[in-house]
Design a protein around this ligand. Structure first.
Ligand SMILES: [Zn+2]
Length: 312
């Protein structure tokens, strides 16, 4: 959403028309294509029609959109993961992952070319290095570099970088393991809250022993702290996902007095079918081999705030 707004501004700026006009054209294009194209995709089509080419233009990280090709950008490596070797269909290869940031945002970068990876293996490019990327492509919300891409050290100095993980808006159907996402969806099912005891010091599990409780860590006999969790199922029209909210995050759903069965029955009923924004992390549940959404925050869909955000 942030990216989309940025791109609208960029197109409007270059084309010398109002942003609202570009937005109208984007909507018209989408209507013509029966909504088969995303807003981001339609914006790129409109840009092309206006003769605006993002190819070979150096873009800030928050201006990058899924689907872009010939991406050029520069940033500072804030996290460098160890180079991994893989064997796929009998073919051996290496892949390197990193997170690169500039003053606007940060993004995952994936290197597939042995020459690029060599710069990391030799230590020429390391965490903290600034790097310039040319001719890369966007796969979802990641920059991927193949053998036609360029990857080199840059002299650019970044005084400050935006290393905050931003929740990307994503459809549930496109959720992937480890994603930090925000989605607008309906609540389809609400399960009864569950309660469990933890050690007040280390938050680890406690085991009951007679009348007392023993920390499973090193705190011995403790007075346990009661924690709660609640499972819900949400649906955004593309897919449903089983989700969980822990203790202090449950109140963001508007739920209170969790142990009052009568009140909970009523509150659960009221939540069914409600549309909200959900932010959190996607995790693969290894036991069941499915995705689970760990929700940090649920927010009411505030139409006024949405309009305000668009205006900013
Ligand atoms: Zn403990």
């Amino acid at each position: 959403m942030i990216n989309y707004e940025k791109v609208l501004e960029k197109i409007a700026g270059v084309a010398g028309v109002e942003k609202e006009e570009i937005e109208r054209r984007v909507e018209a294009k989408r209507a013509k294509l029966s909504g088969l194209i995303s807003k981001e995709g339609a914006a790129q089509v409109i840009a092309a029609e206006l003769g605006i080419n993002f190819d070979n233009e150096k873009l800030k990280i928050d201006e990058l959109l899924p689907g872009m090709r010939k991406v050029n950008t520069v940033g500072k490596i804030i996290t460098l993961f160890p180079v991994r070797e893989f064997n796929k269909n009998g073919k051996e290869g290496k892949v390197a992952n990193m997170v690169m940031a500039d003053d606007t945002s940060n993004i995952k970068v994936v290197l597939w070319d042995i020459n690029h990876i060599g710069l990391i293996e030799s230590g020429e490019v390391k965490e903290g290095s600034s790097v310039e990327i040319s001719n890369a492509s966007m796969r979802d919300n990641e920059i991927h570099l193949g053998s036609f891409s360029e990857f080199k050290k840059s002299d650019k100095v970044f005084e400050t970088v935006n290393s905050e993980i931003s929740s990307k808006e994503k459809n549930i159907a496109n959720f992937a393991n480890m994603d930090n996402v925000k989605v607008r969806a309906f609540i389809m099912q609400v399960f009864d809250p569950r309660f469990f005891n933890v050690c007040p010091e280390c938050k680890r599990k406690v085991n009951q022993e007679g009348e007392g409780f023993i920390c499973s860590g090193e705190h011995g006999k403790v007075i346990p702290e009661k924690r709660s969790l609640i499972n819900i199922v949400i649906d955004d029209g593309t897919e449903t996902i089983r989700s969980v909210l822990f203790h202090e995050n449950i109140s963001t759903l508007g739920l209170s007095d969790l142990e009052n069965v009568e009140s909970m029955t009523k509150q659960k009923q009221e939540l069914l079918g409600k549309e909200m924004f959900f932010s959190g992390n996607v995790r693969k549940n290894k036991l069941f081999n499915n995705m689970e959404f760990i929700i940090d925050r649920a927010e009411d869909v505030d139409v006024d705030a949405l309009i305000k955000e668009l205006e900013e």
